[in-house]
Write a protein that binds this ligand. Structure first.
Ligand SMILES: Cc1cc2nc3c(=O)[nH]c(=O)nc-3n(C[C@H](O)[C@H](O)[C@H](O)COP(=O)(O)OP(=O)(O)OC[C@H]3O[C@@H](n4cnc5c(N)ncnc54)[C@H](O)[C@@H]3O)c2cc1C
Length: 391
């Protein structure tokens, strides 16, 4: 933090030091921008993992951050979907292999704690200015938001990037509305020791209450995201580790042999929040400040990295980082991608929850088509699983 507070105006200020803010600072600096990161360090006890798809891994590699082959990251070579519903219209299991589209892996799964550490080290290495304080208030002015900081004079910038999460103070201060929807579901996230090798296969069991997804970690370990009803979440919360491990083993049809809970558990209410626009007056929204999706199909942070690359692209060659036309171009560039991912996740989730025959049938048919039709499979894999951020 600078000792001299006389000129508290910066070219780019990123607010929020979670995964989105850290990655944004690293990528914008790599594109030649001078960036200041504001926000207290993120949750050190986050035991979740992030499945980063190939395009995201590449975008980070371009900013000098190597995840492929990292000792704590596991490759995702095969993605398998198993219809574990008890319904009449059940689809056959489908598996997608990264080699079918010429990739070594669809992506890499890495603990959030390690990813945070890698990003922080990068910011230290490139000398990004960091202010580990909270923004207490943001006041709209003619030249964008004025940030009121904890124990510091006000801060202004040519461009402020809001990476301050789902309840974004900056989004609210700028008067940007959101569309929100809550699902009657809760996601349980934890890590497991497993009894049988996962063979780099990520498996998503579709159940009537939502997906149950096992994702490889290095060695005999895997991460789990289990989407259940609120009542079931209460039941799981009340179990000790041994009972919960047994419940997981049964739900996974003992696919990975004997499993043992190996981390803290965290429970996440399922819902969506989508901002009506990702740009304001000298303001850009990224990450969960712009879009919260349920943890299905590893979309959240992968979408965020595409936000960041799109923002960097929109600012390419632009002298004033807060240029209204550039920010409008950014918002426009992100609309379709966010809309499509939101609809896809929503449709999949509703088709699982729905008692409607037609919706279940459509999901079954979709999976059937993906299993049988080669070009459709490969197109889906490229778009859905391995889509590259447009560098
Ligand atoms: C169970 C689960 C599993 C997931 N798995 C995946 C996955 O496999 N792949 C994937 O791509 N995505 C996944 N996601 C999504 C991903 O975790 C999120 O997109 C990502 O963590 C959100 O990052 P963020 O930085 O936008 O928000 P946050 O993590 O909420 O960070 C916001 C930051 O802003 C700070 N902040 C807030 N207010 C202020 C303020 N006033 N002043 C200063 N700082 C402030 C906070 O302290 C925090 O550090 C998953 C999500 C869940 C819930």
């Amino acid at each position: 933090m600078p000792a001299n507070h006389e000129s508290n105006h910066r070219p780019v200020v990123v607010v929020g030091a979670g995964l989105a803010g850290l990655a944004c600072a690293a990528i914008l600096v790599a594109r030649g921008r001078q960036v200041t990161l504001v926000g207290p360090p993120g949750d050190a006890g986050d035991t979740r993992t992030t499945a980063l798809l190939d395009g995201s891994v590449q975008a980070l590699a371009k900013a000098g951050i190597t995840l492929a082959g990292h000792a704590e990251a596991a490759p995702l070579r095969v993605m398998s979907i198993v219809d574990a519903t008890q319904r009449l219209l059940r689809a056959r299991p489908v598996a997608f292999d990264a080699s079918e589209i010429g990739l070594e892996a669809f992506g890499w799964n890495i603990p959030n704690g390690m990813l945070t550490q890698i990003l922080r080290q990068r910011l230290e290495a490139v000398g990004v200015e960091q202010w580990p304080v909270k923004v207490l208030a943001a006041e709209p002015g003619a030249d964008g938001l004025v940030l009121k900081l904890e124990g510091q004079p006000d801060l202004t910038a040519d461009l402020i990037v809001a990476a301050d999460g789902r309840n974004s103070l900056l989004r609210q201060a700028a008067g940007i509305e959101t569309r929100q929807h809550d699902y009657p579901q809760v996601a349980l996230a934890l890590n497991l020791r497993i009894g049988r090798p996962h063979r780099d296969i990520s498996t998503e069991f579709h159940t009537e209450f939502g997906p149950f997804t096992l994702v490889p970690l290095p060695g005999l370990r895997a991460s789990l995201v289990w989407v259940v009803s609120p009542e079931k979440a209460d039941e799981l919360r009340g179990m000790d580790d041994a009972a919960l491990s047994r419940a997981i083993e049964i739900q996974s049809h003992a696919l990975l042999g004997h499993v043992q809970v190996d981390s803290r558990r965290s429970f996440w209410p399922m819902g969506t929040v989508v901002a009506t626009t990702q740009a304001g007056n000298r303001l850009a929204l990224i990450g969960e400040a712009a879009h919260v999706l349920p943890p299905i199909g590893a979309q959240g942070f992968n979408l965020t990295l595409r936000d960041i690359v799109a923002l960097a692209n929109a600012l390419e060659g632009v002298a004033d980082t807060g240029d209204a036309a550039a920010l409008e171009a950014y918002a426009k560039a992100r609309r379709l991608d966010i809309g499509t991912r939101h609809s896809a996740v929503d449709l999949l989730n509703r088709s699982l929850l729905s008692g409607q025959f037609a919706l279940q049938g459509a999901r079954g048919l979709g999976l059937y088509a993906l299993e049988r039709i080669g070009p459709l499979r490969r197109a889906m894999m490229r778009q859905g699983l391995a889509r590259a951020a447009e560098h």
